[in-house]
Write a protein that binds this ligand. Structure first.
Ligand code: ZN
Length: 391
């Protein structure tokens, strides 16, 4: 059957009442699975639901379950609890309700971002090319961070009825914080903005050195290129003497770094651990897809991909890349974000769901309940009915 999961934050579920929300999802929309956000960085959210307060919510980051201490013996990091949920094991509550109602349950986490952990352990922060530490992003090169992330995953799989863990933003975290980064691509062009994202912390430099790369030289080259770009009188995208791809040392470093999240997934699966659902990294380009997709599809149980990328994939890559066969599409899900500006009305939801089912994609993941307006429910209901007939 064409499955459909709704992504939901714990406070949205609790504020409106667990049973009422589940009833609505199953009854009004025909949704058969729930993806509960079990670990997240701090969130600011406007909630368009009449029954909930505050409407403009600011939630501190953390986890919404009771961590099993035995999982965290190989790392100094401990998961902070989400504020206001200190005594509630939301995951246990929701798991019980889903089981009773025959809903499938997934748990979502955002591994590399946690302001509270960086505050407690400044040494695990990502650092940009100028050495500025991030206030949000943890560097996945740091051994403590890797052990911590694996511990949280094992902790989540301890809940028996959990179908899978959904990993969000598995691509490398952005080393320059959002406020400082806003507008960077307008000011410095896409290449300049990309350089600001890259981590050059001590762990990254050491590990790059260990595989024969010169991380320190790559960092100096990156700074040189970036400063030249800042002083240029040309429009950033046309600056003739600014070309990252002509710089071998820097390119090797960027390539090595981009491959690390996939290495982590492969290690996780090789250790006999449970499968993952991976939300496709942001900034998916046809280039990236052609290079990484076959490996990601092999590694993940499901790869969630937004409609434009799915269309590219199925329209073009199935012909040009022999390793991507239509059966691989059974390993993919449509990622349908209600707040990305593309879905303005029900008809668009119906179109996307029907298209995905016809293309042979396994199901859909809707994001997220907190921003779902009443006008979307009919679209979801109709779209899922069509999709299930077509699948
Ligand atoms: Zn790093």
């Amino acid at each position: 059957m064409f499955g459909c999961h709704m992504h939901i934050y714990p406070w949205d579920l609790l504020d409106e009442g667990l049973e009422a929300v589940l009833e609505r999802l199953q009854g009004e929309a025909g949704i058969d699975g729930l993806t509960l956000v079990a670990m997240h960085d701090e969130v600011e959210q406007f909630r368009p639901h009449p029954a909930v307060l505050p409407r403009a919510l600011h939630a501190t980051g953390g986890v919404c379950f009771q961590p099993g201490q035995e999982h965290y013996v190989t790392t100094r990091l401990r998961p902070p609890q989400m504020e206001g949920l200190r005594k509630t094991d939301v995951v246990a509550l929701v798991a019980e309700a889903c089981q009773r109602r025959g809903l499938r349950l997934r748990l979502a986490l955002t591994p590399w971002y946690s302001r509270r952990l960086v505050q407690r352990h400044p040494e695990i922060a990502s650092k940009n090319l100028f050495g500025d530490p991030s206030r949000h992003s943890l560097c996945p090169s740091h051994a403590d961070v890797i052990h911590y992330f694996s511990a949280v995953m094992r902790d989540l799989y301890d809940y028996e009825s959990v179908e899978a863990v959904v990993v969000d933003h598995l691509d490398w975290p952005v080393a320059t914080d959002p406020q400082a980064f806003d507008g960077a691509s307008l000011l410095f062009g896409p290449e300049g903005a990309d350089l600001l994202k890259v981590c050059f912390c001590e762990s990254c430099l050491q590990q790059a050195d260990a595989v024969g790369l010169d991380g320190e030289l790559a960092r100096r080259q990156a700074r040189l290129l970036f400063d030249r770009l800042c002083q240029s009188t040309e429009t950033p995208s046309f600056t003739p003497d600014y070309k990252v791809e002509q710089n071998r040392v820097l390119m090797d470093y960027l390539q090595w770094r981009a491959d690390q999240p996939l290495r982590w997934v492969q290690r996780w699966l090789r250790d006999g651990s449970r499968p993952l659902v991976i939300s496709a990294p942001l900034g998916l380009t046809p280039d990236w897809l052609a290079r990484h997709l076959p490996q990601w599809l092999e590694a993940a149980r499901f790869l969630q991909v937004p409609i434009e990328a799915l269309e590219t994939l199925i329209g073009e890559l199935s012909q040009s890349t022999p390793s991507i066969q239509p059966r691989s599409f059974r390993n993919m899900e449509l990622l349908l974000a209600l707040d990305d500006g593309l879905v303005e009305e029900s008809a668009e939801i119906v179109r996307q769901l029907s298209w995905a089912a016809q293309a042979g994609v396994a199901g859909a993941a809707i994001r997220h309940y907190g921003v779902a307006l009443p006008r979307y429910w009919t679209g979801l209901h109709q779209g899922l009915r069509h999709a299930r007939r077509q699948a």
